[in-house]
Design a protein around this ligand. Structure first.
Ligand SMILES: C[S@@+](CC[C@H](N)C(=O)[O-])C[C@H]1O[C@@H](n2cnc3c(N)ncnc32)[C@H](O)[C@@H]1O
Length: 238
């Protein structure tokens, strides 16, 4: 199934960079951002769920990590939301699950504000850092409102290691990318995208924003240099 919400608001630079999905796909395939380790952490979370569960994936991209982590599990429905139409086309083409799956071409901030049913799992990986700080906080509040009482949020994102500013963090990331098996043109394209569109936050910011949204959290993944983190979060009042 597919659906398009009209008047998609594309923040400048983000949609344009991801239109050429092949570059990001090659980063995933080379495990440059540790999708393999993150996928294993997701799998542990999903395997521990006690009943059939619905999944909303915000900023899903080509849904490849979600699809792999959900394989063979008791999923009632999966909805992926993203601004990048070519990534959604790849997700649809590669889907072989036995549950109902829908992809929506929309801004994840607008989408969650208008969801009309509670969800068992909301996941988001490497998308939140594109939002301004105040929008990140408001978005987490909206997400928390749309979880069932026993629902879970899995939040994966890039992160400023303790003591590093946003610019120092972007530079540290680019130092890592220097060793990735990519052409100089591709590395330059990633650098331009990161400088214009990536706004990772500190662990303290993310943990404060989760608490303010009424979510308790547990860290389920951390990059060796602290440049990426993953949290499993649940509504505080149970
Ligand atoms: C780095 S990719 C991550 C894709 C996938 N979740 C993963 O972990 O590989 C970031 C994705 O977020 C999407 N994105 C960024 N801002 C968005 C927004 N405001 N609404 C919907 N999608 C957004 C981009 O189009 C892109 O597909």
């Amino acid at each position: 199934m597919s659906e398009t919400i009209p008047d998609v608001m594309a923040p400048p630079g983000i949609a344009a960079f991801f239109q050429g999905w092949q570059l990001y796909q090659s980063i995933i395939q080379n495990n440059g951002m540790e999708h393999r380790e993150i996928g294993e952490a997701l799998r542990c979370v999903f395997e521990a769920l006690p009943h059939r569960f619905s999944v909303l994936d915000l900023g899903c991209g080509d849904s490849s990590m979600a699809m792999k982590s959900l394989e063979g599990l008791s999923v009632s429905s999966y909805t992926g939301v993203d601004l990048t139409a070519p990534a959604l086309d790849i997700a649809r083409a590669n889907f072989h699950g036995s549950y109902s799956a829908t992809w929506v071409h929309a801004n994840m901030v607008d989408y969650i504000a208008n969801v009309d049913q509670p969800l068992d799992v909301i996941m988001t990986s490497f998308a939140m850092h594109h939002l301004p700080a105040a929008t990140k906080q408001a978005w987490l509040v909206d997400i928390a409102k749309h979880l069932t009482p026993t629902g879970q949020l899995v939040l994966i994102d890039t992160c400023c290691p303790a003591g590093l500013s946003r610019d120092e963090t972007v530079q540290s990331y680019l130092d890592l990318i220097a060793d990735w098996p990519l052409s100089d043109a591709d590395k330059a394209s990633i650098a331009a995208h990161m400088w214009s569109s990536d706004y990772p936050e500190s662990e303290a910011f993310m943990e404060g924003a989760l608490a303010a949204a009424g979510l308790t959290h547990r860290m389920i993944y951390k990059h060796t240099q602290g440049l990426q983190v993953g949290y499993l979060c649940q509504p505080t009042a149970r």
